[in-house]
Ligand binder design. Structure first.
Ligand code: ADP
Length: 191
C-alpha cells in the first residue's frame, strides 16, 4: 500500500497518519518530523533545513527529494508507506513518481484533508503552547498557509486527474475524521 496524506498546515495530517499507517502496517513517513529530528541532532541537513522551516518556507526540492529517497529505500518501507508532508511541489510529484516506478509499484491513493482556515490557525496556535514548535508563531503560520496555497494546493488537481484523490473533511473530532478516511479509502477502486 502506497499512500499520501495531504492538507494545509494544521489540518491534522500527522494525527491521522498514525492511524492509517497502523491499519495498513506500513511506516508513516513525515518529512517535517525527519527535518525536526535532524534539527534536534544538529546534523548538516538539520542546520540547512532549519533556515527555511523557521521562515515557513519549503526546504529546497533537491534536499527534500534525496531525504525521502533514502527513507523509502529502508527495509521497513518495502511493503509500502504513507507519506505525510511529501510531495509538496510539482517537482516532488515527478520525483516520487520516478521513485515508485523504479520499484515496480504504483501509488494507491492520496488522502486530502480539507480544513477551515481560521480553525486551523487556532489549532496551530494552541499546539504552539504545548509543543513549542519554532514555526508555530502567527506570522509563520500565515506564511506556511500561503506557501501551501501557492505550491501544494495545485497538486490536488494532479492527483484528481489520476483518479487517486480521496477528499475528506478534516473538521470535527479526531475519531470522526479517522472514520471518514477509512470509509473513503474503502471506496477506492481495488489495486
Ligand atoms: P506543517 O504541515 O504543519 O507545515 P510539517 O511538519 O509537515 O508541518 O513541515 C514543517 C516544515 O518542514 C515545512 O514548513 C517545511 O519548511 C519543511 N518541509 C516538510 N516537508 C517538506 C517538503 N516536502 N518540501 C519542502 N519542505 C518541507
Amino acid at each position: 500500500m502506497r499512500l499520501i496524506i495531504m492538507g494545509p498546515p494544521g489540518a491534522g495530517k500527522g494525527t491521522q497518519a498514525v492511524f492509517i499507517a497502523e491499519h495498513f502496517k506500513i511506516p508513516a513517513i513525515s518529512t517535517g518530523d525527519i527535518f525536526r529530528a535532524n534539527v534536534t541532532r544538529g546534523t548538516e541537513l538539520g542546520v540547512e533545513a532549519q533556515k527555511y522551516m523557521n521562515a515557513g518556507e519549503y526546504v529546497p526540492d533537491e534536499i527534500t527529494n534525496l531525504m525521502v529517497r533514502n527513507r523509502i529505500d529502508e527495509p521497513d518501507a518495502e511493503r509500502g508507506f504513507l507519506l505525510d508532508g511529501y510531495p509538496r511541489t510539482l517537482a516532488q510529484v515527478e520525483e516520487l513518481d520516478g521513485m515508485i516506478a523504479f520499484t515496480g509499484h504504483r501509488l494507491d491513493g492520496v488522502v486530502v484533508l480539507t480544513a477551515d482556515r481560521d480553525e486551523i490557525v487556532g489549532r496551530l496556535l494552541q499546539r504552539a503552547q504545548t509543543e513549542g514548535r519554532a514555526d508555530d508563531t502567527e506570522d509563520v503560520i500565515r506564511r506556511r498557509q500561503e506557501v501551501f496555497a501557492e505550491q501544494t494546493a495545485p497538486l490536488v488537481e494532479v492527483y484528481r486527474g489520476r483518479g487517486l484523490l480521496v477528499e475528506v473533511d478534516g473538521m470535527g473530532a479526531v475519531e470522526e475524521v479517522t472514520r471518514r478516511i477509512f470509509a473513503a479509502l474503502d471506496a477506492l477502486p481495488e489495486s
